[in-house]
Design a protein around this ligand. Structure first.
Ligand code: SAH
Length: 195
């Protein structure tokens, strides 16, 4: 039987193909810290990851996960909204981001009413896109299956279609169970400079 790869694994495959040791990356939604750990491994000891979440519990979970792998020194954890990314990222890294990952919705095992909100999500996405290096990527895993997530996914699609196609290519990858409520992965690739 063919192995089904999850959208999370697919996001990691895509981001992993962009990042190299020494890069700077952002995890815009720490959650349980899986993406942060992955990013920290990709950027290696010379690189750095900035991670954001508005719930202290997510920072604690992520820190514990990093400690288990002794990778905590590669990561700066910010108890802040991803919409405030600019205030936390050193200016020397503007225009240098190799990748930014978003995993929307609520933190599994925590308060399900604390969910990402489309206005701050789009603000953060615009900021992240503006911070990207010439050949870089943003991934957004969206979950239309929960209240609020449906509208968020719809607006994300509209946003991705409005991006300047001279700079960005966007695609949406649907999960293998093609229900309207199934998660979907948005991939926004910044094109390398043409000159
Ligand atoms: N739905 C995913 C996990 C998403 S975790 C799954 O099931 O695997 C999403 C995280 O985003 C949560 O930890 C939540 O606290 C965080 N979050 C919500 N709003 C945010 C914001 N404005 N800035 C940064 N993180 C935010």
């Amino acid at each position: 039987m063919m192995k089904r790869i999850s959208l999370l694994e697919m996001a990691h495959d895509i981001v992993g193909s962009y990042l190299k040791p020494g890069d700077i990356a952002v995890d815009a939604t720490l959650g349980n810290g899986h993406d942060t750990l992955f990013l920290a491994q990709c950027v290696a000891a010379e690189g750095h990851v900035y991670g954001f979440d508005i719930q202290r519990q997510a920072l604690i979970k992520t820190y514990q996960r990093l400690l288990e792998h002794d990778l905590q020194r590669r990561v700066t954890l910010c108890l802040a909204s991803h919409a405030d990314m600019l205030n936390h990222l050193p200016q020397q890294y503007y225009g240098r981001l190799g990748a930014a990952m978003f995993n929307l919705g609520y933190l599994p095992g925590a308060d399900k009413t604390v969910i990402t909100q489309i206005d701050s999500t789009l603000l953060a996405l615009n900021t992240a896109c503006g911070l990207l290096a010439p050949r870089a990527v943003v991934t957004v895993l969206a979950y239309p299956g929960h209240a609020g997530g449906d509208l968020e996914a719809e607006q994300l699609l509209a946003w991705s279609q409005r991006l300047d196609s001279a700079c960005f290519r966007s695609e949406v990858i649907l999960s293998s169970h093609d229900k309207p409520t199934a998660p979907r992965l948005f991939v926004i690739r910044k094109q390398a400079d043409l000159l």
